[in-house]
Design a protein around this ligand. Sequence first.
Ligand code: ADP
Ligand code: MN
Length: 495
Amino acid sequence: QCPWGAPNTTSISCSLADVMSEQLAKELQLEEENAAFPEVVAVAEGPFITGENVDTSSDLMLAQMLQMEFDREYDAQLRREEKKINGDSKVSISFENYRKLHPYDSDSSEDEVDWQDTRHDPYRAAKPTTTPRKGFIGKGKDITTKHDEVVCGRKNTARMENFAPEFQVGDGIGMDLKLSNQVFNALKQHAYSEERRSARLHEKKEHSTAEKAVDPKTRLLLYKMVNSGMLETITGCISTGKESVVFHAYGGKSATEDKVIPPECAIKVFKTTLNEFKNRDKYIKDDYRFKDRFSKLNPRKIIRMWAEKEMHNLTRMQNAGIPCPQVVILKKHVLVMSFIGQDQVPAPKLKDVTLSSEDMKKAYYQVLNMMQQLYKECNLVHADLSEYNMLWHDGKVWLIDVSQSVEPTHPHGLEFLFRDCRNVSQFFQKVGVAEALNERQLFNAVSGFNITADNEVDFQAEIEALEKMNEDHVQNHGKKLSMFSSDGDPPIYDE
Ligand code: ADP
Ligand code: MN
């Protein structure tokens, strides 16, 4: 529907004066803008991307970046040639039409601002005195109403300059251009359709970068990874969470011989918007591995530490042989790891997969085993273990999402472990694994403690007492209590 279509004469009948009144113009403007820019429909985003809806727009983004770079070089070359040909001749030849870059492709679109906000709005009279209330200026024969053809024409010309900045209106300054309403309206319509086009492109770009989670700096980091050949292509977003965005990528070639890049990679980008991390302070603040550093760091660096922590924890798990993503590289707040899944389709979470009771039982014993390994061999408590952070792939369970994992001696480590146990027990009991231990039995089985309380409240109280004991010991002796490495194995440090 054309916003400038024929007016509905049956419902609206008003005088020409009314039509031309500023008041009505304002209203029409609003109406028209609403029609031209309807609310952007949010794209529903599932946690998983299946084969049908794989988002390849970030691939597109990269292609665009490369194209832009090429175009920029091309234009620069063109400019040089233009200069050479023209020299200081009075008549010059313009190569404008051969340029590659459409104005809205330029870098400035990055920090695009609403032109209506920053520029003079032609519909909000800047100088209300030019056309006084009574609708005319001058006296007697020289009287000029605001509907005067010349005034209107000049005004229209002035308005034209307030079209979107990327819309070329030419240089009419000093020419006393007078646009008729008809011409003005036609131009305006064109300007809007151009702007809509640009808005669509822009919107696409926004979605490809997963709801602005990837800021220009991150984009550059990713771009460099592709540019260096380490990654072949970044195909799209797998997941956008509160704290991170995960992308899929095809691996490329490693710069060094000894390192092999997996054919498919997952890129976890820790969000640099800080507020989401506030409630995670407790995981890292009290982790003595990071304690000394924590106080000295600014928030941006703390976010990098989450990525770093995930890397270290994954490495520990890898060394213990626990199925988990393999770390490829860490760059600032961006962690590249092997992709669990195939052909861009991530392995399903345990909560989403339908398994035979045989497989489910197998999965349960594997999880029990992994929890023990994690505790004893890696000296870690997952601290966010649930069917959401376990993937089913290749007939086994893979653990992911370990940025918040802590050592058992963390002041709340045992509480975290108990919570993990509760999640795991409840899940496997729900899906009908008869052998599944309850959360208290599981806690003892994993930690090696023998807490006998048979109800949750007492059990938790004992856990907290244990934590307190450990803390007191740290206060008095400055090191962790040996009871945590119950089987005598020294904790594994790889940092
Ligand atoms: P969050 O902190 O946002 O939960 P996760 O590490 O759990 O971050 O990743 C979010 C989702 O991304 C996971 O649930 C999983 O579906 C997917 N994902 C993360 N890492 C990988 C990986 N290495 N391979 C495949 N999918 C992954
Ligand atoms: Mn997760």
